[in-house]
Write a protein that binds this ligand. Structure first.
Ligand code: GTP
Ligand code: MG
Length: 148
C-alpha cells in the first residue's frame, strides 16, 4: 500500500494547527501508520531538504525547519503521495487554491506550515530518514479498500 511522509512544520505546530492538518488527512480517508513530535536538529533539517542545498533560500529553510517542533507522520492509502500533495497545496501559498491546507491557512512561501513528499522516491527516502521499522502501527481502519 502506498505511503507518504507528511510533516507539520514549526509554524504549523506553533500556530496550533496540528489537529486541523491531521483532520484533513483523516477525513480524506488516508490511514495514519506512524506519528511523532520532535524538535529537529539542524543536521536533520539539512538531510531532509538535501536536494535543495544549492538554493539561495536553503540556509533560511534549514534554520526555520529546526526552529521548533514538527509533527512527523506517515500516511497510507490509494494515491496518497499525489493526493497528499493536493491536500497540502502549491508551494507558494499565493498560488495554492482555497480548500488546500496552504491555500486556506498561510500566506508566506517560507512559512507554509506543512511538508509532503513530492514523489515515490522522495516518499521512500523521507520515511526512512524519519522513522525506524518499529515505529509503525499495524491496525485496521474502517475505511474499506476496494479492488476496483
Ligand atoms: P515541501 O513540502 O516543504 O518540500 O515544499 P514543496 O515541495 O512544496 O517545495 P520545495 O520542496 O521546492 O521547497 C521546500 C520549501 O522551501 C518550501 O515549502 C518553501 O517553504 C521553501 N521554498 C521553496 N521555494 C522558495 C522560494 O522561492 N523562496 C523561499 N523563501 N522559500 C522557498
Ligand atoms: Mg518539496
Amino acid at each position: 500500500n502506498e505511503r507518504t511522509f507528511i510533516a507539520i512544520k514549526p509554524d504549523g505546530t506553533a500556530r496550533g494547527l496540528i489537529g486541523e492538518i491531521i483532520h484533513r488527512f483523516e477525513r480524506k480517508g488516508y490511514k495514519l501508520v506512524a506519528i511523532k513530535i520532535l524538535h529537529p536538529t539542524k543536521e536533520q533539517a539539512e538531510a531532509h531538504y538535501a536536494d535543495l542545498s544549492s538554493k539561495p533560500f536553503f540556509n533560511g529553510l534549514v534554520k526555520f525547519f529546526s526552529s521548533g517542533a514538527i509533527v512527523a507522520m506517515v500516511w497510507e492509502g490509494k494515491g496518497v503521495i499525489k493526493g497528499g500533495r493536493s491536500l497540502v497545496g502549491a508551494t507558494d501559498p499565493a498560488q495554492s487554491l482555497p480548500g488546500s491546507i496552504r491555500g486556506d491557512l498561510c500566506v508566506e512561501v517560507g512559512r507554509n506550515i506543512v511538508h509532503g513528499s513530492d514523489g515515490p522516491e522522495s516518499a521512500q527516502h523521507e520515511i526512512k530518514l524519519w522513522f525506524k521499522e518499529n515505529e509503525f502501527a499495524e491496525w485496521n481502519s474502517i475505511q474499506p479498500v476496494y479492488e476496483n
